[in-house]
Design a protein around this ligand. Structure first.
Ligand code: SAM
Ligand code: NAG
Ligand code: NAG
Ligand code: NAG
Length: 320
């Protein structure tokens, strides 16, 4: 997604004043603590490891560390982990769609009698727009992984998901694709997508996506999971759903990308591939790239790039 579509970071001059005051108190505290640590060090000659760690932490609070330094502190690593409960037994691929139908849609397909008459005049027969959604990376990975289950994190109107349907069909796979998206877009997206209608403030993105799936005869291959990526990925993990291929293309700020990648990695089949869009965009000071790099570093994984995408193939994990 292009950066100019994203809301700008609000600049607040009050904040600057605050940080100057903070900096001042931090500097004062720094001097005091350095003197204290010096005295302590002098008195104790060699500090026990616990004390060393504490000093390190105190110092790191005064000189904000880079995220890499922070991640390398053993005591801090746990804060970077997603630790909620997951199922111990992965479901076989043929139970993935039935499970989502059951858990999310109370047992009946969301495509039954879709679109209902009251929606028809609000939807286009087909309305697709994606970003890098038909890059060569999709074909390269689908040919290599031959996925039975794909999870897409960030779907919008379904351009990349429907492209993947085409590719899997072409090589005779019966792949099931789960599309995680809250189908809200982002604040202001309708400035550029005025033709996506709303009813009483409710934008019809899920409905237009479903209409696109119906148009391309893909209702047996594609199911929406219409929740936030965080709660959606967490539930899939609880239900024992795993995927051979996972695409990350939802929020492009560091915190969103970081959460999505870490949660998605937990439901990646061992040896599977996780990849995502916009490794090179400047959004959130290259938030996606910082998240991917840190994730790979912590987990000893190797990053490759393919067009605008980053790719982590866990079959190629660095052996140490
Ligand atoms: C760039 S678009 C996806 C484009 C799609 N992969 C394609 O190429 O056709 C990003 C999507 O992520 C969704 N999204 C962003 N943050 C999300 C979140 N926290 N939970 C669920 N969906 C989110 C937005 O609704 C939007 O549809
Ligand atoms: C779910 O489906 C059952 C019938 O299969 C129905 O009795 C029940 O009311 C439905 N629940 C909801 C929340 O729609
Ligand atoms: C899928 O392939 C068909 C036939 O080649 C093409 O008409 C269609 O536009 C493709 N769909 C997408 C979403 O790329
Ligand atoms: C969908 O299936 C119908 C009926 O089989 C066919 O007429 C139509 O061309 C198909 N559409 C696409 C986009 O493949």
């Amino acid at each position: 997604m292009k950066e100019d579509q994203r809301p700008l970071h609000l600049h607040n001059p009050q904040r600057n004043k605050l940080s100057i005051t903070k900096l001042f108190t931090h500097t004062t505290a720094y001097v005091i603590i350095v003197l204290l640590s010096y005295t302590l060090g002098y008195l104790s000659h060699s500090s026990p490891p616990q004390q060393q760690q504490q000093q390190l932490l105190q110092l790191s609070q005064l000189n904000p560390p880079s995220v890499f330094q922070l991640a390398n502190l053993p005591s801090q690593l746990d804060n970077f982990r997603v630790t909620t409960h997951c199922s111990n037994s992965p479901l076989p691929p043929h139970l993935v769609f039935p499970t989502v139908l059951d858990r999310v849609f109370n047992g009946s397909s969301p495509y039954t009698n879709f679109p209902p008459p009251y929606l028809r005049s609000f939807l286009k027969q087909k309305r697709i727009k994606g970003w890098g959604s038909d890059g060569a990376v999709f074909e390269n990975l689908i040919k290599r992984v031959k996925p039975r289950v794909i999870i897409e994190v960030g779907t919008f109107l379904g351009a990349s998901a429907l492209h993947m349907v085409n590719l899997t069909r072409k090589i005779g796979l019966q792949t099931q694709i789960l599309c995680l998206d809250d189908f809200r877009g982002w604040p202001g997206f309708r400035d550029r997508f005025k033709d996506i209608n709303t009813i009483n403030g409710d934008v019809l993105l899920l409905q237009q996506f479903m209409q696109n799936v119906v148009y391309f005869n893909a209702t047996r291959s594609v199911l929406p999971v219409p929740f936030s990526t965080a709660s959606g990925l967490q539930k899939l993990c609880e239900w024992g759903i795993t995927a051979d291929l996972i695409e990350i293309d939802a929020g492009h700020d560091f915190i969103s990308a970081w959460g999505d990648i870490n949660r998605a990695y937990r439901i990646l089949r061992p040896g599977g591939v996780i990849f995502g869009h916009d490794y090179f965009t400047a959004a959130d000071n290259r938030g996606v790239r910082r998240a991917v790099n840190l994730f790979a570093q912590i987990n000893n994984l190797k990053i490759k790039t393919d067009g605008q995408h980053w790719v982590i193939d866990t079959a190629l994990a660095i052996q140490i």
